[in-house]
Design a protein around this ligand. Structure first.
Ligand code: MN
Length: 205
């Protein structure tokens, strides 16, 4: 079964004014679709790989033949990262702060939720070029850390759990914010659904 573009559980305009509908539409139907199509193309003829769920494929990236490994990281990472992205900004039943074990771990690692946001924002502001800032945890769900990853790399490729990520490619914000990345990062805090982030983290443990 080939990889497929996931449907969004909400309208493209649902995150206005923080993320505009046109950006959402193009990001989903053009950019994410592009990653899916290219990934499927790369995996043609590799039945053992194409049947794996995307998370498993990335977690066992060393089993991917070297001649296609970087392309799987690029396109498969793009597919996973964007699928993750649409879910953590789902506005339905939105919660403004982490809950449960996630809240505890964030406070343990960064002192407070505000402390975490400050550190994450600083990291995201300094990423050079295209990539993502990720909050990751080790495989036990502890040892939280914030990393900048270029292009479509993510914590799965390093045996870590992706907890929170922000897409810092210009295609994610340029139409509305142009070169004002700090404003986009600020807007991100208005759309992250911590109920969803907390739930995903809990399920990954
Ligand atoms: Mn993107």
């Amino acid at each position: 079964m080939a990889h497929q573009l996931p449907d969004l559980a909400y309208d493209y305009s649902a995150l206005e004014p923080h993320i505009d509908a046109r950006t959402m539409d193009i990001h989903h139907t053009k950019h994410h679709q592009g990653y899916v199509d290219k990934l499927n193309k790369i995996l043609e003829g590799h039945d053992d790989l194409s049947s794996k769920p995307i998370v498993d494929l990335l977690r066992s990236i060393n089993k991917v033949p070297e001649d296609i490994r970087q392309q799987v990281i690029n396109q498969g990472g793009g597919h996973f990262n964007h699928s993750f992205w649409w879910e953590i900004i789902n506005p339905k039943d939105r919660l403004e702060e982490p809950e449960g074990k996630l809240k505890e771990e964030i406070e343990k690692a960064f002192g407070s939720f505000e402390g975490f946001k400050t550190e994450f924002t600083e990291k995201a502001t300094t990423l050079f070029g295209s990539g993502w800032t990720w909050l990751g945890a080790d495989e036990n769900g502890t040892a939280f850390h914030i990393h900048n990853h270029s292009n479509q790399e993510n914590p799965l490729l390093h045996n870590h759990i992706p907890v929170l990520g922000i897409d810092l490619w210009e295609h994610a914000y340029y139409l509305k914010y142009q070169n004002r990345r700090p404003e986009y990062i600020e807007a991100f805090w208005h759309v992250v659904n911590w109920r969803e982030v907390s739930r995903r983290y809990q399920n990954a443990l």
